[in-house]
Design a protein around this ligand. Structure first.
Ligand code: BGC
Ligand code: NOJ
Length: 823
């Protein structure tokens, strides 16, 4: 189906090009900078639709390569920029920062690359930025073409600004930093070597594969005093100053004179690279850095053919990754979401957790324990080896009592104590990630891996023991009603029931005043029943019968506690506060109902038999659902209440205070699908999923191809307006909800279980899915308009009993037909 058929309306700022797996942006002036991510193996770049953004190696705080100014005015004014000057015209190859607009502009964000197509004054440029697979570098390929009939002389200037490595220090410690900057220039390559003279064994460089006519490495010389990146003086004068930075603000800018005959085209290759050298090999000669690794890297992209090869390899890589799952359903927007952008976003969130985006500054947060565990559920089918490694890294930051550091730094892989701990939902997420990984891959060996607690290698139990302690942590931390203690907070970081903060200078996330042995969480209770059952199943798989038996008793006890103390009459309570009072009850004036406990208790199967689950979901629909998604709570908190904490600090309708906090919406989708209400589940999916929101780009504001963390709720002044795009658990969860619960293709230990819960009017859908050694083409038919029910399976034309495709029996390609019949 063509794009125009899917989106029957014109869009103001951009549209999908599914054929190319690209999002095409048609103006530099999008409501917010619309960004993409480059790289997926250590070297990363954030790149906006005008090439703004920054690059880093592994850790956006400790290894920041280029500088970015958050909070800048105008927004998004640092990046990799190319200035073109021809006759008296000056413009940018990416639409900004030069204010003069090119006659034609287009940005195409694709899978791991961004391309900018600009035409001005009969000169066409095509700038493609990407990180080649496995490379510690960003390549910027610039193709210039003279589309006119005159001979043209173009003055071209590249520009990036170096960050002095530690991004936090770089933005604050000016008394030191304005003196430390150092560069070298050799053969047209600009090397950034700040702090190399002391403890750093790494440097960065920016190269171009053709002779230069000049360069600049000192920012003020290039820009000119009191000028900005929108009108550098060197560009205006058509001449670089060959400046050498000594401290102040080092940059890298090449100046090239490009002459083009009519119709002639020239390709230039710029490489922004990062090199590590062995300590004993740091210097080539006194004071001169060892450039051998840089030269090697530059050589790999010497010609345009090398670059084309790397680009093709990247495209093939993505075709393969996305080829593991492919949907063809009657809903083209669902196909588009799941086949391309949702999976792509899953990869990005997996890689970066919540560390670096245009909303996360890259210095505040490392890899979140709960976030990263949840992110794996959208990624295990793509690169399972990486998921395995990630789970073990997370496991290594767990403490011996089963609790976890809330975050760790990717560079050191050590838990970050400054962020705080005691978020009591943290531990059980590792059961989810591990079980999901094993079901996808069959790799039980992950459980035998030796992993120390909190980096301690003296005692090295196996990963399974870490899961057992996670489970025990909940059991050992129960409150007065036998429900889990909330600790500092549960999944909702802002429900701070033990914080009582009246001091604006303290953090809600680390402050704790109340005794922590009273406030209890119904969200963790549901989570414990859900993943506790998974733990029991895992024990059974491993033949650990006693452990399974005991764990089952704990799970059963928790289920009882929820039914006895967690039901409010029409929905599940949210919590008990530090005084033992109810939160999320009809008795409360505000915050009567919360989404999290409805999602988790129903997903855990609590109340399915006696109708409570259905009632809870109906209450969600009546009280929380809006056309823009499901709000977190209602009514919003109108005033600050120190007994509730940060949740009541937000203006009503935003963030955790009655915003549509998208991450938890898929919990309700899963729950609805479990009850056989696939239509409702898909309706919720559509309300927050970007593919369905193309008609409201201006209102939505953030990138219309990825999920945002939050969409403003009904109480807000700006309902439907999104914030915090890209790094959100919404991506993995929406993918998981749609594929495993709505489409109902669910990996299990023994095989693939087929349990669709689709809209009754869908006649059928087809999923092509690679699992372990086999490739299945699964055709689900709904001839009786039921949407959900029992499934009759045929594998390669032969009827089989039950709804399981037994992994053990299949390799190679297989055709499955599943027919939904009355149960
Ligand atoms: C935000 C939460 C976030 C927390 C983490 C709060 O300000 O509202 O969404 O998880 O900060 O630090
Ligand atoms: C964002 C955080 O990354 C996540 O861990 C948390 O669960 C949500 N905010 C809700 O507070």
């Amino acid at each position: 189906m063509s794009e125009s058929t899917i989106d029957a309306h014109t869009t103001e700022f951009g549209y999908f090009d599914d054929q190319q797996k690209e999002y095409v942006i048609t103006t530099p002036f999008t409501p917010t900078p619309w960004i993409n991510y480059l790289g997926n193996d250590g070297f990363y770049g954030l790149i906006s639709n005008t090439a703004g953004g920054y690059s880093f190696y592994q850790d956006p705080k400790f290894r920041r390569l280029t500088r970015y100014r958050y909070n800048s005015v105008p927004v998004d004014t640092s990046g990799r920029y190319f200035y073109l000057k021809c006759d008296d015209h000056i413009w940018s190859a990416s639409g900004r920062p030069v204010q003069q607009q090119p006659e034609k502009y287009e940005c195409r964000h694709g899978m791991g690359y961004s391309r900018f197509l600009v035409s001005h004054q009969e000169i066409d440029s095509e700038l493609t930025c990407f990180v080649p697979l496995g490379e510690k570098a960003e390549v910027h390929r610039l193709i210039l073409k003279n589309s006119g009939e005159r001979h043209r002389k173009i003055s071209l200037f590249s520009y990036i600004e170096w960050c002095l490595w530690n991004a936090e220090d770089d933005g604050s410690n000016f008394q030191r930093n304005l003196s430390t900057g150092e560069v070298e220039v050799e053969d047209g390559v600009i090397y950034h070597k700040t702090e190399f003279r002391e403890r750093r064994n790494h440097y960065a460089f920016y190269s171009v594969n053709q002779p230069i006519s000049g360069f600049d490495t000192d920012r003020e010389c290039f820009l000119g005093p009191y000028r900005g990146v929108e009108n550098p003086v060197s560009v205006e004068q058509g001449k670089a100053t060959n400046s050498h930075a000594h401290g102040w603000s080092p940059i890298a800018s090449h100046h090239l004179e490009v002459e083009l005959a009519p119709g002639e085209e020239r390709t230039l290759v710029f490489v922004l690279g990062y090199c590590e050298v062995a300590k004993e090999n740091k210097w080539q000669s006194p004071g001169i850095i060892n450039k051998a690794p840089a030269r090697e890297m530059i050589n790999r992209y010497k010609s345009q053919y090398d670059v084309q090869k790397a680009l093709t390899a990247l495209a093939t890589h993505w075709d393969t990754l996305l080829g593991n799952f492919r949907l063809n359903s009657p809903d083209p927007k669902l196909n588009r979401s799941l086949n391309i952008w949702n999976q792509y976003q899953n990869m990005v969130t997996f890689n970066l957790s919540r560390s670096a985006s245009f909303y996360e500054s890259g210095i505040g947060r490392g890899m979140g324990f709960r976030d990263s565990n949840q992110d794996t559920i959208g990624f295990a089918h793509m690169v399972p080896e990486k998921v395995r490694e990630r789970i073990l890294d997370l496991s290594a930051t767990q403490k011996s009592d089963g609790s976890a550091y809330h975050q760790y730094q990717p560079l050191t892989k050590k838990g970050n104590a400054n962020i705080g701990g005691n978020f009591n939902d943290d531990p059980m997420w590792m059961v989810l990630s591990t079980v999901n990984y094993i079901k996808e891959t069959g790799d039980f060996s992950i459980l035998d891996e030796k992993v120390g607690f909190d980096g301690d290698v003296s005692e090295e139990p196996n990963h399974f023991e870490h899961l057992r302690r996670a489970f025990e942590h909940v059991v050992n931390n129960l409150g007065p009603h036998g429900l889990p203690l909330i600790g500092r907070a549960d999944w909702n970081d802002c429900l701070n029931l033990n914080c009582f903060s009246e001091d604006p200078n303290e953090s809600y996330q680390t402050t704790q005043r109340g005794k922590s042995d009273v406030a209890e969480s119904l969200m963790i209770a549901g989570q414990f029943v859900l993943y506790g059952q998974d733990f029991v199943q895992l024990c059974i798989q491993l033949g650990k019968r006693d452990l399974a038996h005991n764990a089952q008793q704990q799970v059963d006890k928790m289920r009882e506690a929820v039914l006895a103390h967690g039901w409010d009459g029409q929905w599940f309570l949210r919590a008990y506060n530090a005084k033992g009072e109810k939160i999320g009850s009809h008795e409360n004036k505000e915050g009567k109902i919360f989404i999290e406990s409805q999602g988790f208790c129903v997903m855990a199967g609590i109340g399915i038999k006696d109708g409570k689950a259905r009632q809870a979901l109906d209450s969600v629909e009546q009280r929380l659902a809006t056309p823009h998604g499901i709000m977190l709570n209602q009514p919003a908190f109108s005033t600050y209440d120190k007994h509730l904490g940060e949740i009541s600090s937000y203006p009503p309708g935003y963030k955790e205070n009655a915003g549509i906090f998208c991450h938890n919406n898929p919990w309700i989708m899963v729950a609805e699908a479990m009850l056989g209400r696939g239509e409702k589940a898909l309706e919720y999916f559509a309300s927050i999923s970007p593919a369905y929101l193309q008609h409201m780009q201006q209102q939505h504001k953030t990138e219309p191809y990825v999920y945002s963390q939050m969409i403003a709720g009904n109480d807000a002044a700006t309902p439907g307006q999104a914030k915090n795009s890209w790094l959100t658990g919404t991506a993995a969860w929406c993918y998981y909800a749609a594929t495993q619960y709505i489409l109902g293709i669910k990996p299990d230990y023994a095989g693939l279980i087929i349990t669709p819960s689709i809209p009754a009017h869908w006649p059928s859908f087809v999923v092509s899915r690679r699992f372990r050694k086999a490739h299945y083409c699964i055709e689900v038919n709904n001839p009786y308009g039921l949407g959900a029910g029992k499934v009759q399976l045929e594998i390669d034309g032969k009827a089989v009993a039950g709804n399981l495709i037994d992994y053990a029996q299949f390799s190679g390609e297989h055709h499955i037909t599943a027919t939904i019949v009355q149960s």
